[in-house]
Write a protein that binds this ligand. Sequence first.
Ligand code: AMP
Length: 193
Amino acid sequence: MGAPGSGKGTQAVTISARYRVPAISTGDMFRAAVASGSPLGVQVKALLDSGALVPDEITDQVVSSRLREPDATAGWLLDGYPRTLAQVAALDSCLAEYDKQLNCVLVIEVPTEELIHRLLLRGEREGRSDDNAETIARRLDVYRDQTEPVIAQYASRGIVARVDGTGTVAETAARITAALDPVAGVTSRGCDC
Ligand code: AMP
């Protein structure tokens, strides 16, 4: 978890490779749907462009079908989900159904001014339609109002690990590895699972 611009997607690549689990990003799935012009894409395009969240029922459905795919049987990394308390409840039921559990909720922390700077830069470089000043402000508000309570909920379960997301990508990756290796049962000699 982390605010828009905290580096979730970037760090997900490293985490996915190190722990050999698929990185499942709801944002990427929605953007792919928009790009393909599928019915889901048509439904969510305006929401993504405005920085609002996609309704929980749609998002929960997308994630629960993805978690049933064969590559997700041995574990997964969820990037950008759950983002609301209702999504936490939906994920809880989905996991209970499969007798699986969430081992760790990693939160990448970056100060707001740095987030805005990074997102504006990404908007210039990659042309993502939601990386403009107005939409960035909305996404940060949504994160504070709807997603921070999710972190508080998981913190009360004792499964949150917070890492400093400032500095270089490699520095943040090293902090993440230090936080996740013990959870994933990885020793300095490599994964023994
Ligand atoms: P992201 O790439 O994670 O920043 O997500 C981009 C956009 O996709 C968000 O601003 C939302 O419109 C939508 N989105 C991604 N994940 C979720 C989610 N868990 N719940 C609702 N909307 C989401």
